[in-house]
Design a protein around this ligand. Structure first.
Ligand SMILES: Cc1cc2nc3c(=O)[nH]c(=O)nc-3n(C[C@H](O)[C@H](O)[C@H](O)COP(=O)(O)O)c2cc1C
Length: 372
């Protein structure tokens, strides 16, 4: 009889298209405001590199703008030119060399462009710092925020192309997964919700009209993103303003899947006010039901939001609520989160998952501690 403990699902590899992810842990996209001219630098190398050393299965960049207008702050990175692409390439190569899968979140701030950092309550920049915000209409994201330019159909098609161009650069930079940012009230999310999208042309109106622009972006990115590389899409499962609900999300997720999206990443909120304002009370795993609903509909999903430790993450997978587990703030607190989760789940007693240069010494340290 084999009584070896079953391998935790959290540490069971998963293959999506041609990419094998060594475990189910993902660094959630987290903006850092540390770029200059949209170029990631040494900070990003160290910041993202340490998560690869911590053995996350996927290390995802922060929201990365597909055009200069699409940045939230002056410090947000982009991938709209070759200099940015080259800088990302060094980081993606290192993440892969450590055995993690490098992923990039492709984003456009839309109505929420040109604001200060979260630490400054995302207040709008003064007039001297402003670049034009764009959106479905001229309605600002909140009182006091910039009046956006209402995009014409031709301008929408230019942004679709900007996403596709960014995806091609992301591929050339060596990223193996791209995630389209369609959450938190940024450009694509602002088209989905009937609260922010009151257009009456082909890009507004009923749900099909409001989904048109995000789906065109998805189709264009999928067309240039290599067939062997997975494509993720992040949604706000609820917009936080009672305009877009979970039924809408499930219908949208099915459309995304039909276009070749491999995983729907289920966040919530942010349509008005700050991006971090989720619409429901926060408690550990508060957004897991959204990932569960999407998965239940037959679309692979990623759960995120106050997932704190290995046993909690393992239970989400065992319950069949999600396929991947994204860790945000807990990864800032503990960049070696996956390794500590493996320890907690009892599947790495000899520190074999650690970088050898650390694990060899930690195993010796354990023996010393036992002897002492
Ligand atoms: C510092 C920070 C920056 C964030 N930046 C982004 C971002 O660039 N794109 C995004 O989709 N979500 C962003 N988020 C949201 C996270 O990806 C995640 O969904 C959220 O923090 C909830 O997960 P957690 O409880 O594990 O932190 C950010 C969150 C934090 C804390």
């Amino acid at each position: 009889m084999n009584d070896a403990p079953a391998r935790p699902l959290l540490f069971t590899p998963i293959t999506l298209r041609g990419i094998t992810i060594p475990n189910r842990t993902v660094v959630a996209p987290m903006v850092q405001y540390r770029s200059r001219h949209g170029i990631p630098g040494d900070f990003h190398f160290a910041h993202l590199g340490k998560f690869a050393l911590g053995r996350f299965g996927i290390v995802m960049t922060e929201a990365t703008a597909v055009e200069a207008r699409g940045r939230v702050t002056h410090g947000c990175p982009g991938i709209w030119n070759d200099e940015q692409m080259t800088a990302w390439g060094r980081i993606a190569d290192y993440i892969r060399a450590e055995g993690s899968v490098p992923a990039i979140q492709l984003a456009h701030a839309g109505r929420k462009a040109a604001t200060h950092r979260a630490m400054e309550n995302t207040l709008p920049y003064g007039p001297e710092d402003v670049w034009p915000a764009v959106g479905p209409t001229t309605e600002p994201t909140s009182a006091g925020h910039q009046t956006p330019h209402a995009l014409t159909s031709a301008e929408i098609r230019e942004i679709v192309q900007a996403f596709a161009d960014a995806a091609m650069r992301a591929d050339a930079a060596g990223f193996d997964i791209a995630e389209i940012h369609g959450a938190h009230g940024y450009l694509l999310a602002s088209f989905l919700s009937p609260i922010s999208n009151t257009r009456n042309d082909q890009y507004g109106g009923d749900r099909a009209g409001r989904m048109r622009f995000p789906l065109e972006v998805t189709r264009a990115v999928r067309a240039v993103w290599p067939r062997n590389k997975p494509l993720f899409f992040r949604v706000s499962a609820l917009d936080g303003a009672d305009g877009w609900n979970l039924d809408d999300t499930v219908a949208f997720a099915l459309e995304l899947k039909a276009l070749g999206v491999d995983v729907v990443d289920c966040s919530s909120g942010g349509l008005t006010g700050t991006a971090t304002a989720a619409p429901i009370p926060r408690h550990p795993g508060f957004q897991v039901p959204f990932a569960a609903a999407v998965k239940q509909a037959g679309v692979p999903s990623m759960a995120v939001g106050l997932i704190l430790d290995g046993p909690q993450a393992e239970q989400i997978l065992r319950d069949g609520h999600a396929d991947l587990i994204a860790i945000g703030r807990q990864a800032l607190y503990d960049p070696f989160w996956p390794l500590h989760a493996a320890e907690a789940l009892g599947c790495d007693p000899g520190f074999g998952l650690w970088p050898e240069e650390y694990g060899w010494w930690l195993a010796k340290r354990s023996q010393s501690l036992i002897r002492a």
